[in-house]
Design a binder for this molecule. Structure first.
Ligand code: NAD
Length: 478
């Protein structure tokens, strides 16, 4: 079967004949597209094109590479409404958030372009008379970017922009759940004069394109965002070639709320960090440890706010707080975690079941109280609009329970006591801690998980370095 959506290789769209993947709107179940499920031969062509283009791309002054990036971001800014609508339709994001995603993506590309004049090496001190030691930073070569579906548009930029500014070329594989925004991105990129082969797009499943890319000898870096299970498979596929991996994986973010916290601020931030993108964000609040003295008051505020959360089809109503979950598997997982907590003695205070709508993978905004650390809902990534609460006696207990996890991506604490906040910072085993605010990272930060949340990180100066390797030069003069 043919598809109107075409892979982009060596600066050209390539007609696809072969298997296709169906893309559905998760709010309506409507079939919206069939896209290529490319094979290993197409991956070979894309990697070969990226390899051919890389040396000349690396030789360009970084400021010229930045110029190309800025042309791409300008195209995105001219097409925010079109791009946001595609994202909302295939992923289920509400339109205001979809617009934020497009604008943030353009900002991210511009921010990365600004690094052009700041990509420095180092001059090291020598032990020898007349010797100069230079540490150069060089591109790795070809980066393969493998994307998830939850912020699918932004993730293209998070992989592409740092790769390109540092002199690498890329092959991008979008998620098979949300490929249409990547085709739209590529159409706009193709309208610029970016040299052929610098950016390539290959669409397909994890088993086809993902597996071929990660086992490919011509790929120098696999930069992946997605689940822990896939991250492990990618490391295994990369091992025979010793290909570098950069893995942004799942999370089980704890939020700690102490007796002295501003409860309205905490409740607003916790709900915002759970409702955004229908709870399908790696850094979303996944479990709340609330100190006994304010447990009742905080719970009441959370229940009230979660119950008031409005949801439905994002394209039918722009004012909704959240859309559906992305697919049936996501809905079933949320349902199973809440049901098992309830069966183990937890109390569902609001929500706790699928929404009674005719169409769409909707789950009611839910608060589950009386959770204990042995429950799966406190240990496994929920990725849905569910806040599980566990009462703790003090900060030490909260920190111990927060750290007792396979994950280590983000965390937060709500308190007016600077000593308590800084003790948490010292002891929490997470890549990020938010104090008295919602969970959401900044592009100039460094988004990196500990433990099974990943290897390496993204964003800011440290994120750029992930796309480079060092070359040390010893120059002996007389
Ligand atoms: P996923 O692991 O199911 O899929 C991600 C991508 O991997 C898809 O493009 C998929 O086709 C591909 N893939 C699947 N099998 C593969 C294989 N064997 N080889 C190579 N590629 C393969 O993840 P998802 O469901 O799309 O995304 C949700 C997950 O992503 C959540 O766990 C979430 O926490 C995580 N996530 C993490 C971050 C972060 O920055 N840490 C950001 C967003 C999402």
């Amino acid at each position: 079967m043919s598809s109107e959506y075409q892979n982009y290789i060596d600066g050209r769209f390539v007609a696809h004949r072969g298997d296709t993947i169906e893309v559905h709107n998760p709010a309506t179940f409507e079939l919206i597209a069939r896209v290529p499920d490319a094979g290993a031969d197409v991956v070979d062509e894309a990697v070969a094109a990226a390899r051919r283009a890389q040396p000349a791309w690396e030789k360009l002054p970084a400021i010229q590479r930045a110029g190309y990036l800025r042309k791409i971001s300008a195209k995105l800014r001219e097409n925010v409404e079109m791009l946001a609508t595609i994202i909302a339709r295939e992923q289920g994001k509400v339109m205001p958030l979809a617009r934020v995603e497009v604008n943030f993506t353009a900002d991210y590309i511009d921010y990365t372009a600004e690094w052009a004049r700041r990509l420095d090496g180092e001059v090291l001190t020598s032990d020898r008379v007349g010797e100069h030691i230079f540490l150069l930073r060089k591109p790795l070569g070809v980066a393969a970017g493998i994307l998830p579906w939850n912020f699918p548009f932004f993730l293209i930029a998070r992989k592409m922009a740092p790769a390109l500014i540092t002199g690498n070329t890329v092959v991008i594989k979008p998620s098979e759940e949300t490929p249409l925004n990547a085709f739209a991105f590529t159409q706009l990129l193709a309208e610029t004069d970016l040299p052929p082969g610098v950016f390539n797009l290959v669409c397909g499943s994890g088993a086809s394109v993902g597996a071929a890319l990660t086992a490919h000898k011509g790929v120098n870096l696999i930069t992946f965002t997605g689940s822990v299970g896939t991250g492990i498979r990618i490391m295994q596929a990369a091992a025979p070639n010793l290909t570098r991996v950069n893995l942004e994986l799942g999370g089980k973010a704890p939020a700690i709320v102490l007796n002295d916290a501003d409860l309205d601020l905490a409740a607003n931030a916790l709900v915002a960090s759970r409702v955004i993108n229908t709870g399908q964000v790696c850094n979303c609040v996944e479990r709340v440890y609330v100190q006994r003295g304010i447990a009742e008051a905080l719970t009441e505020k959370l229940v009230q706010r979660m119950a008031a959360t409005r949801f439905g089809d994002p394209l039918a109503d722009e004012t909704l707080d959240m859309g559906p979950l992305v697919n049936q598997a996501g809905l079933a997982k949320v349902e199973q975690l809440v049901d098992s907590a309830r069966a183990a003695g937890a109390e569902v205070l609001t929500g706790g079941k699928r929404a009674d709508l005719a169409r769409g993978y909707h789950y009611l905004p839910t608060v589950v109280a009386g959770c204990t650390s042995d429950m799966a809902i406190m240990r496994d990534e929920i990725f849905g609009p569910v806040l599980p609460l566990q009462i703790v006696d003090d900060l030490d207990e909260a920190i111990a329970r927060a750290n007792d996890s396979d994950y280590g991506l983000t965390s937060s604490i709500f308190t007016r006591d600077i000593n308590a906040a800084m003790k948490a910072v010292r002891e929490l085993q997470f890549g990020e801690t938010y104090i008295n605010r919602e969970h959401f990272e900044a592009m100039q930060g460094f988004h990196a998980g500990r433990k099974k949340s990943g290897i390496g990180g993204a964003d800011g100066h440290h994120g750029l370095l992930e796309f480079t390797e060092t070359h040390v030069v010893y120059l002996q003069t007389s």
